[in-house]
Design a protein around this ligand. Structure first.
Ligand SMILES: *Cc1c(COP(=O)(O)O)cnc(C)c1O
Length: 499
């Protein structure tokens, strides 16, 4: 299987190249030239397998330049027993008669990013062996919280790699900050920047594209790579859990093999829901893909009108991982819906860069609304949903998942659609204790972070995830904070290079 670029269909690279490179030279994203097919016999077979075997089967069809041994080592390294606290890795919880919450947060950092970032380091080291030989790979990350920690956990002590994470000093939650500043591992580094997430991201992008920096790195046998969700190596692991969830529903007799389900995803950068779309295109019986947003509802408007317009106020919400106005992975969807029309995609993204907006044509819009439904809710509705779900079913969810549940409920109220539905649950409620606790009790005054965590456990009867409980009393290793114009110097310092 070869991969082409959304901005130049003539580009052809192997999976290993796509994963090592991260993004195509002309700025496009790598997509598979075709999608493997999945039939009901495959689902039947998957129902009898565990997550590791299911993942190996599905990845094999995409990563055709990996050997069986390489694939087995990758999936075992990521998902073998003990890596995730749920024995089935991606755990389905039935809530009510038709709603199934796919809990993707039982990994080491308690957010769904682990599903991909536990596997990516394995995929990347195998890919690098095939493409850049003995060079050391330096992963550079700008994070607003979850990606940085998940990447640190994924890459810590991985041979032949180093990882540097920059986060905005005041732009992450106290728990997220503590997760990063206490990170263990001999090849990790973390630095705050005096600025916001955009400053961190722009700084990282500047370093990535600086030819002089690349040259200096090359002289030291190093190359940069990316761990964010534009990398194909982060998308492909996400296709696995939708197929796996369907196989579990069949296995548990909740649906017949072949029965249509709907999928709801709390969406930011459009990676998670795109993986569900690919699973649908492969043949998984998915009806509607319901894209849930918070007050940053640029995607809701896009799905409803065909106009993508980022010229709007940015809202800071209680579901911060979805506070985003440019959803990078939408580019891959538009490439598919336009019939792989790279010229059209270039036009739309030029227009986005220049004017902050674009409008797709009628045929793309028609295809978009055939598969996708968009909805959003604000912080008050998010909190009300956390409380209602807990009061009615005794089920505690985080703020991001609550957005998805609310948008799903609105959809059902409007359409009467009774289809069984899988809702992606993307973080542990204990990662956002302040918002979740105040949703339940109305008051968190006077409590520090861990007092809120304890109180939430007491009020809900839910167990505090071990990776978060373990942070209490941990030594802080990384205290450095740099100016946003000083990131380059910090990179050299952390790599021990005299530039
Ligand atoms: C990253 C993240 C999302 C958004 O996922 P995308 O793939 O970027 O759409 C939603 N919820 C949580 C908790 C996240 O960390």
């Amino acid at each position: 299987m070869l991969y082409k670029s959304t901005r130049d269909s003539a580009v052809q690279v192997s999976a290993a190249q796509a994963i090592t490179q991260g993004i195509s030279k002309e700025g496009g994203l790598f997509v598979p030239e075709s999608l493997p097919r999945l039939g009901s016999a495959d689902i039947e077979a998957f129902a009898a397998l565990g997550y590791v075997e299911r993942a190996a089967h599905i990845l094999r069809a995409f990563l055709t330049d990996f050997t069986e041994e390489e694939l087995a080592a990758c999936v075992n390294g990521a998902y073998a027993a003990g890596k995730f606290s749920a024995p089935d890795v991606a755990h389905l919880s039935k809530v009510g008669a038709k709603m199934f919450l796919l809990e993707l947060w039982h990994g080491p950092t308690c957010a769904f990013k682990d599903m991909a970032l536990q596997l990516l380091p394995h995929l990347l080291t195998v890919s690098a062996r095939k493409t850049v030989k003995d060079k050391k790979i330096i992963i550079l990350v700008a994070t607003s919280g979850d990606t940085g920690k998940a990447a640190l956990e994924g890459f810590k002590d991985v041979d032949g790699t180093g990882i540097l994470v920059f986060y905005p000093e005041d732009g992450v939650s106290p728990m997220q900050k503590l997760q990063m500043t206490t990170q263990e591992g001999g090849n990790v580094n973390v630095c705050a920047i005096a600025g916001n997430f955009d400053d961190a991201q722009n700084g990282v992008k500047r370093i990535f594209t600086d030819a002089q920096i690349a040259e200096t790195l090359a002289r030291h046998d190093m190359v940069f790579s990316s761990a964010n969700s534009i990398n194909w190596g982060r998308l492909v692991p996400q296709i696995v859990y939708y197929i796996s969830a369907y196989a579990d529903l069949v296995k548990e007799g909740e649906i017949a093999n072949g029965e249509t389900i709907n999928v709801v995803v709390p969406t930011g950068n459009f990676g998670n829901i795109l993986a569900a779309y690919y699973a649908k295109c492969m043949g998984l019986p998915i009806g509607k893909l319901i894209c849930a947003s918070n007050a940053n509802n640029v995607l809701t408007d896009f799905i409803n009108t065909g106009v993508y317009d980022r010229n709007r106020a940015f809202h800071t919400t209680i579901s911060p991982s979805m506070d985003i106005l440019i959803s990078s992975n939408l580019e891959r969807l538009l490439y598919a819906l336009s019939g792989c029309d790279d010229a059209k995609v270039r036009g739309w993204f030029d227009s986005l860069a220049k004017e902050g907006r674009y409008e797709v044509d009628a045929s793309v819009k028609e295809k978009l609304t055939a598969d996708f439904v968009g909805g959003f809710c604000d912080d008050a509705a998010t909190k009300a949903t956390i409380k209602a779900l807990f009061d009615k079913y005794g089920y505690l969810c985080d703020t991001h998942t609550a957005v998805a549940v609310r948008v799903y409920e609105d959809y059902v109220a409007k359409t009467g659609d009774e289809t069984k539905t899988v809702i992606a649950s993307t973080a542990s409620p204990f990662k956002f204790s302040s918002s979740v606790l105040s949703a339940l009790t109305g008051d968190t005054s006077g409590l520090d972070e861990f007092e809120m965590v304890d109180k939430l456990a007491e009020v809900s009867g839910c167990e505090i995830p071990a990776p978060l409980a373990d942070l209490r009393g941990r030594d802080v290793r990384f205290t450095q904070c740099c100016e946003k114009d000083d990131m380059k110097r910090v990179v050299w310092e952390m790599l021990g290079i005299q530039a």
